[in-house]
Every structure is written in structure tokens, then in C-alpha cells.
Design a binder for this molecule. Sequence first.
Ligand code: ATP
Length: 538
Amino acid sequence: MGSLFETARRLLSSLWDALINAFFITADFEDDDVSFQWIMHWLSEQPSWKGARNVQISTSNFDLLHGVEIDSGEDSSTHSRKVTYLPAVSESYTLWYKYRWMGVTRAVQSSQGGWSTRETLTLSVMARDHGILAKILQDAKNGYIKAREDKITIYVSDSMNGWRGLATRPKRPLNSIILDPGTAELVVEDVRDFLSSKEWYAERGIPFRRGYLLHGAPGSGKTSLIHSIAGELGLDVYIISLSRSGLDDTSLADLISDLPERCIALMEDIDAAFHPGLSRETPHASSMQTPNDLGPDMQRTRPQPSGRVSLSGLLNALDGIGAQEGRVLFATTNKYNSLDPALRRPGRMDLHIEFKLASRFQAEELFKRFYAPSPSASARGSESKHPTALGKRGNGHVDTTGDPLIDLSESQAPPAPFSSSSPSPSPSFPSSPSSPPYPSPTATEKHEENTSDRPASGPTYVGVVHSGRAPTLSRDQINALAAQFALAVPERQLSMASLQGFLMMHKTRPFEAAADVEAWVEKELMERREAEKGENEQ
Ligand SMILES: Nc1ncnc2c1ncn2[C@@H]1O[C@H](COP(=O)(O)OP(=O)(O)OP(=O)(O)O)[C@@H](O)[C@H]1O
């Protein structure tokens, strides 16, 4: 009797499988493939998905799935978090798509004793051929691309040597990277032209790949430019960390061959992984390196590499048969000369761009950008419910230009937690006598060292509190201050990152920034000289 039941069960099971095979198309999507993201996004858009009863909640902001904003009733940019309903693991769902029945299952498999997991999404659609699947994939891809129009996605390799989405970032405008005139445009146009030249390469049998080596001073905008180019050209960034533990020559080659056709592969600080003192066959050990050929403000702690990639492994991965066609490789280094010539040669690194320390031109442009009122702030200012008298600032400053002003007397200036010291006027400021008096530094910009005039109950902190706002300056005022600022910055001695850091310390005080920069530069350079002297004596 028992064997009869078993035979009947098997028969029914085979019949069911045959039925599914005959009338359904089944597709699996693995989470290390970008199509998994397309389908998850597409699923979240389906009207019938909204009826799903058992769902998993995600507040991860990596995904771009259509979620539900949980509104706290306050400023949404700071308080609300997007909540997304995902298919629950090991649950089966049924949906209707274009009058067709569809089954959806999400499964998670663990391996390596639970250390790593792999997700699969399975779609079964009632159809006789692949046409409907192709249509779903096309819709899913288009929807996903549209959702990311103003973002770039950053991928890193995971412990299983697959690609994993790390974060989505808003695009950074190209004009926010201040380089010598024409540099940013040269690189972005080169990449654009390369990407549109597939046929040219095919006709000549040349591998369709291009490498860019950005080298030079730390904090000069190399990484920022790459992110900006990715946004400009709609490319995702795949970070290849050569020193990641567990990465060896074979897995590096696999990772590179797994890159999608149009993307940016980014290898940062490539010098930290290789230098000529090491044999091509020897796994690197860049902990031997010391960042000694740069000034103190340029020195940095190098990550201690623990990977096992050899230089020959990298060279093979870059131009071996598995190397992905159409990929754009960006590598950055602070030590151009220490790179093996084989790595720098055309074919691997076709365009080498040098990034120098800040010029006066860059310092001036940085200042202008830093204190320029943002369009949203100007709009808020003009919509103020309590407009100040024409030409008069909320904080008592008189504007002589008629430019739109932001009322600083209202919500923007936080109440002073402790009394402010009287600021010195700016004797060198070259603007007209009617220009606004020196704005009082708000309490938010005080530093912990200035404790003498602070009430005992006041908060103790170091640095600049973010809520402070700079006074709105006219274009002429900004230009004059920027010129004064740039005059005090010596050519090619300080990095843009350090100048940005100085301006951040004067976030609400453009007049002081212009007046104090000279003393700050002197102090920076003196500290650098002393550090260099100390190093030489050792
Ligand atoms: N040329 C520049 N224009 C505008 N901002 C810059 C520029 N250079 C650096 N910065 C600012 O300095 C910071 C560090 O820049 P970034 O990481 O791009 O420098 P980097 O050259 O890649 O440095 P590293 O070699 O140390 O990795 C960023 O916040 C960036 O906004």
C-alpha cells in the first residue's frame, strides 16, 4: 500500500514538473549579477506586488527600490528613511503581469559555515517562449536605469570574489572639481570618445580597453574627479582593492573578467600594492614603504596590504583574454616614479594625468565656490516669511549691492551657547568702506582652546558646528575676498584638501578666512619644515 502511494506521489510530481516545463519559463537571478537589482526594482514597482502579505522590510539606502517614506512630520531630508518591502526569504508569491500568472521565490543559501550567503530570485512566468522574459528584463533594466539617473553606484568585491553593491551616491558636478583649466574636460571627453569608439577598435583588432593613471599630490582631487566622471557618463564604479585579504592572482582575474561592459574599474593607491623593489613574481608587501617623499600635510597612513596579488598577476588580469572589453580603468597613485614601467605603459595606462598642489587660480576658485550662496538657500531667503528691510541683513549688516539676502536673524543662526570674543576688523580687506562689517563669529565656530569666556554650563567641543550659516555676500564681495585669499596662498605648496579644510574651519566667516589665511599658511609651512627636519635628523 505504502509503495503504491509513493509511486503515485512520484508520478504526480513528475507530471507537475512536466506541466511547469511545458507552460512556464523559469529564470534565476543571482545577487552578484546586476540583473538581480533590476528585477528587485521592477518587482517593487508592480501594482500586484502591493498586495503581498508577507514581506521583508529593508531600510538600506543602497537599493533604489520603490519604498514607502516613513514621514516623521519633520524635515524629510534629515528625519525620514525610505522603507522598502522586499520578497521574504523562502516565501513564494504569485503576481499578475500583462494578464499572465507569475511565481516569485527568493532563496538564500549559506556557505563556508554561514560566513557567506548567496541570494537567488526565481521568476516563473506562464509562457511558451522567451519573449515575455525578454520584455520583463527590458522593462526592469529601463526602470532601474531611470531610477538611478542622478546617482552612481559603487561596487566592491566581496569575500566570495563576486561584486556587491556598496552604496549609491549622488552625482558630483564636474565643475565642483577645480583643476588647472581644461584638465577635467580633457579626461571626461577622452573617456566619452573612447566609449563611443567600439567599432574602431574592433575593425583594427585592438582590445577595447583604456586605462587612466591619475598621479600626484594627495588631496588634489584624483578620486573626486573619477566619481564626477562616473556621474557625468552614467557609469558605475567598481573598486578593486588589490590589498584585500583573500584576493590572489586567480580571483583578481575572475573579478576583472566579471566586470560589466561599460563601467569604471578603480584601483586606488596602486603604488601601495606594488613598487619596483619587489620581484614580479613575489606577492607584495608594501608595509616596507614609508610615505617620506612628501610634506607632512601630504603624508598618510598606508593600508597594510594583506592580499596575495603579484604584479604579473595584475598585468595578466589587465590584458589577459579574460579582461573585460569596454572597461575603463582608473588607477591613482601619489608615487608615480615608484610604479613598475610595465604597469604604466600604454595599453595598460594610456593617459597619465598629473595632479599638482593647489595653484593660486585653484585657491581663488575654491573660495568662490565655497562661499557662493547655494540656489536653494537663495530661494529660501527670498521666500522668507519675515523679510528684512531692503538692503539690511537680519544680523544688522547693510548690503550695498541689492543682491538677494538671507535673513540670518531667524532660524539659521543658533542661539549662542557662550559669549563671543570681539572680532578684529579686517584691515586688508580691499572692498569699499560701505562693505559689511566683519561678521561676529558665532559660538558655533569656537574651539575648545577658547574656554575663558565660556559659561560653565556650555557644551565642550572642538571644531565647527555645522548649523552655522555664512552671511550672503554679493558676487563682487566674494570675488574681492577670493582674490585676497588666493594672494596669500603660495603657488603649489598646499593641497586643495587642506585649503578646503581651512575654509571648513571658517565656514560662516568668509572675511576672517581671507584675513587669517596668511598666518595659517605660514604655520602650515613651518610645521612641515620642522617635520622634514625631524625626519632628516633621524
Ligand atoms: N581639485 C579639487 N577641487 C575641489 N575639491 C578638491 C580638489 N582636490 C581635493 N578636493 C577636496 O579634497 C578632498 C579630498 O580629495 P580627493 O580624495 O579627491 O583627493 P585625492 O587626490 O584622491 O587624494 P588621495 O591621493 O589622498 O587619495 C575632497 O573632499 C575634495 O572635495
